[in-house]
Design a protein around this ligand. Structure first.
Ligand SMILES: NC(=O)c1ccc[n+]([C@@H]2O[C@H](COP(=O)([O-])OP(=O)(O)OC[C@H]3O[C@@H](n4cnc5c(N)ncnc54)[C@H](O)[C@@H]3O)[C@@H](O)[C@H]2O)c1
Length: 368
């Protein structure tokens, strides 16, 4: 599928973190922009990390552009098997093996070409290799463009839970070529819209209404509407990350729906719902719980569910999951403090809060 005709301009944003800053570029043809890639690369070695779905589509173009942009850079690549099941310590160890084989020291950059799985794993490997080397995020899914590539959260999963081992490690640049979304399967595009809706739900009622008006254009991959939407999400995330880089407060709001969602993903062995789909269900559960606790109007939960449904996302618990197992998994979530259940709830569209000390019985009631 191709994207609709589009304006050729690139949207440029900056993530400001005190004295540190890095650019986000959103546009068409950026995979071929050798000069931009060169300016993001640090050192003499470049390891492109990708997977066996994305690499056949885009690796050659990216490699050729880096060669055009950089002189005397040693480029290697490490191609992993596709899927969340490979976001593991074992895969990170394979990336370290690849860096060692290149004889890379700190003069190396990891370039993450793929979705959030590749981005999280590559960022984690970059954070660990010799205590930290540069990572450039080249996201190729909608979810990675609007969320995981920005903000420096990196991690791998353990069988016990998602993202349990990780580090905060900001990328050196984020280069989002919207043209890559043309090959993204429809289900993955829809999963990305869950994180897009999240931005409206947690803090921006106007953006939520904009999404309600633009569902059809977005699902039709209208290039300009997609670019504007991705830029809006990145701007919102960059603002939150600038105010709270290591999630001491406000940044936790970005986890709206995620404590439920991660528990569902883990309970399903990372092999049922896509991450975005699990987040969609999780946001509806968080909205219903908020309504049950008298914190938010039930009608807003219905409006959220209706928008997610129009994006083709699931809004009900998958059958066969055990509520008690899910609550146990939720207790292991990083957002909890000393075993008590702390969730992101809302007061309605555009107003989320961190709520500690939630009674497990109230949670069980929405999971049942
Ligand atoms: N670090 C963060 O702040 C953060 C935020 C949100 C999500 N995440 C993580 O992101 C991950 C989910 O990311 P995702 O949804 O991008 O999943 P993903 O990386 O698994 O990509 C989804 C699928 O699309 C394929 N794909 C990617 N780009 C493609 C393209 N252009 N054309 C065709 N196929 C393509 C992939 O190979 C994969 O099969 C989860 O591990 C989640 O925990 C991290």
């Amino acid at each position: 599928m191709t994207l609709s005709p589009h304006s050729s301009s690139t949207i440029e944003l900056t993530v400001e973190l005190g004295a540190r800053r890095y650019p986000i570029a959103i546009g068409h043809g950026l995979l071929d922009d050798g000069a931009r890639l060169a300016s993001a690369i640090d050192g003499r070695h470049v390891l492109i990390v990708s997977n066996d779905v994305v690499a056949p589509l885009y690796l050659d173009r990216l490699t050729a552009a880096i060669r055009r942009g950089c002189e005397n850079v040693h480029i290697s690549q490490w191609i992993l098997a596709d899927g969340e099941a490979h976001k593991t310590l074992a895969s990170a160890a394979r990336v370290f093996d690849a860096l060692a084989a290149m004889k890379a020291n700190r003069d190396a950059t990891i370039l993450a070409l793929g979705g959030g799985v590749i981005g999280d794993l590559s960022g984690f490997a970059a954070a660990c290799w010799m205590r930290g080397i540069a990572c450039v995020q080249v996201p190729t899914t909608l979810l990675a463009m609007v969320d995981s590539s920005v903000g420096g959260k990196t991690a791998v999963d353990l069988p016990q839970g998602k993202n349990l081992v990780g580090a905060f490690h900001q990328p050196r640049a984020v280069i989002a070529d919207i043209g890559t979304l043309a090959t993204l399967p429809a289900r993955e595009l829809r999963a990305g819209f869950a994180e897009v809706v999240k931005y409206g739900a947690l803090g921006d009622a106007d953006f939520f209404a904009y999404l309600e008006r633009n569902v059809d254009a977005l699902l039709a991959r209208d290039a300009d509407v997609l670019a504007a939407t991705i830029a809006h999400c990145c701007r919102q995330k960059a603002g939150i990350v600038a105010r709270d880089e290591t999630e001491q407060g406000e940044r936790a709001l970005l986890n709206f729906g995620h404590t439920f969602g991660h528990a569902i993903e883990t309970a399903m062995g990372y092999d049922g719902l896509r991450h975005g789909e699990a987040v969609a269900v999780g946001m509806v559960l968080a909205a219903r719980l908020s309504a049950n606790l008298g914190r938010a109007p039930a009608v807003d939960a219905q409006r959220l569910s209706a928008l997610l449904d129009r994006f083709g996302l699931p809004t009900a618990m998958p059958p066969g999951l055990d509520p008690d197992q899910l609550i146990d998994l939720m207790r292991l979530d990083k957002k909890n403090l000393s075993g008590t259940l702390r969730l992101i709830l809302w007061r309605g569209i555009g107003q989320a809060d961190i709520v500690p000390g939630i009674d497990a019985r109230a949670i069980r009631a929405v999971l049942a």
